[in-house]
Write a protein that binds this ligand. Structure first.
Ligand code: RP5
Length: 167
C-alpha cells in the first residue's frame, strides 16, 4: 500500500459514474485514496477546508472532477502546492465548457488537465500514480510492469490481425 494518498474531489454526485473509473485504477495499484463531493461554487468554504486538511495529512496529488463552468480544479490549485489534476465532466456542451474552464488557468496556478470522460478519469489516476511514484520505487515498478503488459497485449492483437489477413 502506498504511503501518500490521492484525494479525489468531484463537484456533484452526478459526476460519480465517470469518476469511478479513476477509483478502479488507483485500487489496481494499491494506492490509498479518498473521494469527496464538494463544489467550488456550492460549498467553497468546505472545499478549501478539506484541501488544507488533506494536504496536512499527506495528500500527494488531487484529482478534481467538475462539469459546466468547472472551477473546482482551479480553486483547489489556488489552495495547495500539491499537484492538481483537472478532470472535465460532460455535464453540458459535450464537456467543452468544462475542458476550457479547467485547462485555461492563469500562470502560476497550474492544473494538469486530462481528457473529458472515462478515458480522462483513468488518465487522472495514472498521472496521480506517476506523481506518487517519484517517491515510491515499488509503485514505479508496478507502473513499468503495466506499461510492458499493455505493449504485449497490443502486439498480440496485431499478431492476431496479421494471422487473419495472411491466412
Ligand atoms: C458541476 O456542475 C458538477 O461538477 C457537475 O458536473 C455539474 C452539474 O452538477 P449537478 O447539477 O448535476 O449537481 O459543478
Amino acid at each position: 500500500m502506498s504511503k501518500a494518498f490521492v484525494a479525489i474531489l468531484m463537484g456533484s454526485d452526478s459526476d460519480l459514474p465517470v469518476v469511478e473509473a479513476a477509483f478502479d485504477i488507483l485500487k489496481k495499484f494499491d494506492i490509498r485514496f479518498e473521494a469527496k463531493i464538494t463544489s467550488a461554487h456550492r460549498t467553497p468554504e468546505g472545499t478549501k477546508a478539506y484541501v488544507k486538511d488533506a494536504e496536512a495529512r499527506g495528500c500527494g496529488a488531487f484529482i478534481c472532477a467538475a462539469g459546466m463552468a468547472a472551477h473546482l480544479a482551479g480553486a483547489v490549485s489556488a489552495t495547495t502546492l500539491r499537484p492538481v489534476i483537472g478532470l472535465p465532466m460532460n455535464a453540458s456542451m459535450d464537456g467543452l465548457d468544462a475542458l476550457l474552464s479547467t485547462v485555461q488557468m492563469p500562470a502560476g496556478i497550474p492544473v494538469a488537465t486530462v481528457a473529458i470522460g472515462k478515458a480522462g478519469a483513468k488518465n487522472a489516476a495514472y498521472l496521480a500514480a506517476q506523481i506518487l511514484a517519484t517517491a515510491d520505487d515499488d509503485l514505479f515498478t508496478k507502473l513499468q510492469a503495466e506499461r510492458a503488459d499493455n505493449a504485449t497485449a497490443v502486439e498480440a492483437k496485431d499478431a492476431a490481425l496479421q494471422a487473419q489477413l495472411n491466412g
